[in-house]
Design a protein around this ligand. Structure first.
Ligand SMILES: Cc1cc2nc3c(=O)[nH]c(=O)nc-3n(C[C@H](O)[C@H](O)[C@H](O)COP(=O)(O)O)c2cc1C
Length: 361
């Protein structure tokens, strides 16, 4: 039996953020320590690979959530990060500074509330600038090898929107990304209840948008539409909220896997803190994705020059030092309306108790 304290820490990990809500992780409890790995069997070929920045950011989000859940009960987790992300070691092992079987503190599975309240808001934000106290709070947030920058200057925001626009144009012409997104979209209540993927109700769509998304889910249709310039319209719509925002945050880190995991921790810290203060957040991964595809050879040949140009410009726009990369862009602002919350997979699918048999079998 997994101790209650550990169960509540897994519960916090389960609520972490991930690209398209893919939840690429699997957790193990061996009686002494927590292990976080990539769930090859469940997600391989359906979402980002285990070394992709998207996955490493999500793992950072898990680690941050788990650490905050433990800390709120006065418990410390010491994390060892591995650079090989395969089983059995995986990304990280967490050890505790107490005997968890004899923990006599209070355990409520949804404590601390703040991390369970963190969510993505893809709706419209108000144009007002950030309140001053939020600005000072943000500027104090940095972690190990990752750092954040706040962008409020109109010209700078315009340049970033332009980079998003250009990357998004390529994204809508890239079969793999399009098919991953298409597969993750959930249109019916039954699909939503599975607990993973993107509920289309969480996306800010114009009238008829849901039907349109269903139509272009199929790559053959999307590529026909692209011949008529469909990708241009979609990319313009994608970049519009960035162009209109009063503030953006860039999360910057080194290129090593563990630096990106730390960037994921920082992203999550900032995100939780902003949501607690009533500030809405929406991540934009498209620039990082295209730049990482450029490195890995995943950009269509005919579009390579577009992304090479983005790479060059992003160094000055994000003020990147040597060996630094943009890990994530966040649109932030005062929300106009409440966003619908996304669901999660049941713990039986993502947690194995090695100490007491496999919960999922
Ligand atoms: C690595 C990563 C990339 C993401 N990229 C985007 C994105 O480009 N656009 C977007 O709207 N949301 C993006 N998200 C947000 C996820 O879709 C969201 O975290 C997930 O659906 C769970 O929902 P929640 O954040 O409301 O808990 C990203 C999240 C992560 C961790």
């Amino acid at each position: 039996m997994i101790p209650k304290l550990i169960q509540s820490i897994f519960e916090a990990g389960r609520y972490a953020a991930s690209a398209d809500n893919s939840q690429p992780w699997h957790f193990y409890w061996d009686g002494e320590q927590i292990r976080i790995t990539y769930d090859d069997e469940r997600v391989s070929g359906k979402t980002f690979t285990e070394n992709n920045p998207a996955t490493l950011l999500a793992i950072g989000s898990v680690i941050e959530n788990m650490s905050q859940a433990a800390k709120s009960r006065g418990v410390d987790i010491q994390w060892t990060l591995f650079s090989e992300y395969k089983k059995p070691d995986g990304y990280a092992v967490g050890r505790f500074d107490i005997d968890v079987y004899h923990f006599d503190g209070q355990v409520d599975s949804k404590e601390p509330v703040a991390l369970f309240e963190r969510h993505t808001n893809r709706l419209g934000y108000k144009k007002e600038p950030l309140p001053d106290d939020i600005r000072s709070l943000l500027l104090a947030m940095n972690i190990n090898s990752a750092r954040m920058q706040l962008h409020e200057d109109k010209d700078n925001i315009k340049k970033i929107a332009n980079l998003v626009h250009r990357c998004s144009e390529v994204r809508f012409q890239t079969r793999e990304v399009h098919e991953w997104l298409g597969r993750s979209l959930k249109f019916t209540q039954e699909e939503v209840m599975n607990g993973d993927g993107l509920d289309v109700a969480t996306i800010d769509l114009p009238p008829g948008g849901k039907l349109f998304l269903k139509f272009i889910k199929d790559w053959q249709r999307m590529s026909v539409l692209n011949k008529l310039g469909g990708y241009k319209i979609l990319a313009k719509m994608d970049a519009e909220p960035i162009k209109n925002s009063s503030a953006l945050i860039s999360i910057i880190a080194g290129a090593a896997g563990n630096d990106v995991i730390n960037a994921g921790r920082l992203m999550t810290q900032i995100w939780i803190e902003l949501n607690v203060h009533g500030i809405a957040v929406q991540p934009f991964f498209v620039i990082t994705d295209q730049l990482s595809r450029l490195e890995e050879g995943g950009v269509p040949e005919s579009l390579l020059h577009n992304i090479s140009a983005v790479k060059q410009e992003s160094t000055s726009v994000f003020d990147l030092q040597a060996n630094e990369q943009l890990c994530m862009l966040l649109r932030i602002g005062l929300p106009r309306s409440e966003a619908i919350r996304s669901r999660r997979l049941v713990s039986e699918l993502i947690l194995t108790d090695l100490d007491n048999g496999n919960l999922s079998k």
